[in-house]
Write a protein that binds this ligand. Sequence first.
Ligand SMILES: C[C@@]1(CC(=O)O)c2cc3[nH]c(cc4nc(cc5[nH]c(cc(n2)[C@H]1CCC(=O)O)[C@@](C)(CC(=O)O)[C@@H]5CCC(=O)O)C(CC(=O)O)=C4CCC(=O)O)c(CCC(=O)O)c3CC(=O)O
Ligand SMILES: [Co+2]
Length: 225
Amino acid sequence: MTTLIACSHGTDSPEGRRTVEDLVDLVRQRMPGTRVVQAFVDVQEPTVVDVIERERRLDDVVVAPLLLSVGFHTAVDIADAVRPHENVRQGEPLGTHPLIAEVLAARLRTAIAGTWLPGDHVVLAAAGSSNPAAVADVAAAAEHLARLIPAPITIGYASAIEPRIGAAVASARRDGAARVIAASHVLAPGYFAGLVRKSGADLVSAPLGVDVRIAEVVVDRFGAA
Ligand SMILES: C[C@@]1(CC(=O)O)c2cc3[nH]c(cc4nc(cc5[nH]c(cc(n2)[C@H]1CCC(=O)O)[C@@](C)(CC(=O)O)[C@@H]5CCC(=O)O)C(CC(=O)O)=C4CCC(=O)O)c(CCC(=O)O)c3CC(=O)O
Ligand SMILES: [Co+2]
């Protein structure tokens, strides 16, 4: 049997925790016959190291990151935990999958109450990482999103990388945007989602949240690992 370890960041937000749990439940429903368990890289327990240690004795294991971009957590935390074990594999993060762009577009449509206006500008608001590979992943996510919405898109980061979200919002306005909408490129409510809300955008979309399309991406990443 194979165990899928759904490894998210971890958050102090009760709503964020519930969101991730519900998302993992959706994954579980789609994978009868696979053991699906949660693990975390930061803030919450159990750690991915501990869960791998527990699961690898009985099963093949795939760690499916519930993270959007390659970054410190995928390339160091998860990779280091996986590397010593022959029967443990690591899946790709989720954010470059076209279905994620569909969810982003749906959250944006809700934020604008269904109507795009001339002069709308979207800032794709991502966490940011000290790992430069994150930039390419967020750019790929922006390209997918660009096919689905009529507004121009620029990118802003909550931490580690310039431009920050607030700066990206301000420069869109300087360049003539009539309405700036921040697209929350985060999985769940929490600290980073809060930073996006405070970025000064006119409207802010909800985190990706609980959605069967995201569960589908997790299953896909599991299958490709
Ligand atoms: C509140 C905090 C936890 C706390 O300490 O309480 C927190 C929370 C969350 N981070 C999330 C995501 C990511 N965090 C990183 C990276 C880092 N996160 C760090 C700190 C903190 N992260 C604390 C705030 C400190 C502050 O900024 O003031 C860094 C700086 C230092 C460290 O870990 O110690 C480390 C830099 C490592 C490096 O780059 O060197 C990456 C990028 C990457 O992986 O590289 C991603 C995106 C992964 C992806 O792509 O998905 C999510 C999920 C959001 C969602 O739902 O999607 C939450 C949960 C939430 O928002 O609540
Ligand atoms: Co973090």
